[in-house]
Design a protein around this ligand. Structure first.
Ligand code: IMP
Length: 183
């Protein structure tokens, strides 16, 4: 249990509780451990939104694993992706011949992840799988094949557990919806 047990004043309602996140991460970790049994994993965490998800998920995966980070930004307004993706920080190590698991916070239009996927495939990894915390299928513009999904959610702008609104609210231990007046 975290020590943030009050509802932030900008949050309308909690969509996914801290306990639900923990439970789901245990399940995802078990599944990934089973699917990659006997293989080494290269976890590629997409910053900044997936930092908490990555920290918890990698500890529930019982495999030899390396962890690398890529920071991308998508130009757009506060709540909509433009599809123009800029790599702000590239991976530290080569992924050629590696079994890669991309960890992303959320798929909305799918434009960011499809761009990242295209880029990483050119580096010829042995395999590449995708794990997302939240999938918002209602806004999808570019199909991305997701291998592991934490939660499928509706067309709502969510924050917390790494997800931000204008840079804030990433530290909330739950996933919540921002009040319209603060959006
Ligand atoms: P996409 O390119 O539209 O799929 O958007 C991907 C990126 O937009 C994510 O990695 C997030 O950083 C951001 N994003 C999309 N929807 C949300 C949301 O509901 N809350 C917070 N960030 C979001």
């Amino acid at each position: 249990m975290s020590n943030i047990d009050y509802l932030d004043y900008r949050i309308d309602k909690v969509l996914i509780t801290e306990e639900q996140i923990k439970e789901r991460i245990k399940e995802l970790g078990k599944q990934i451990t089973k699917d990659f049994k006997g293989k080494e994993l290269t976890v590629v965490s997409i910053l900044r939104g997936s930092f908490l998800f990555t920290a918890d998920l990698c500890r529930s995966i019982d495999l030899d694993q390396k962890l690398d980070f890529m920071a991308v930004s998508s130009y757009g307004n506060a709540t909509k992706s433009s599809g123009v993706v800029k790599v702000e920080k590239d991976l530290a190590e080569s992924i050629t011949g590696k079994n890669v698991l991309i960890i992303e916070d959320i798929i909305d239009t799918g434009l960011t992840l499809s761009h990242v996927l295209k880029l990483l495939k050119t580096r010829e990894p042995a395999s590449i799988k995708i794990c997302v915390l939240c999938n918002k299928p209602s806004n999808l513009q570019q199909h991305v094949s997701v291998d592991y999904c934490g939660f499928t959610i509706g067309d709502e702008f969510v924050v917390g557990y790494g997800l931000d609104h204008k840079g804030y609210l990433r530290n909330l231990p739950y996933i919540g919806i921002v009040k319209p007046e603060y959006q």
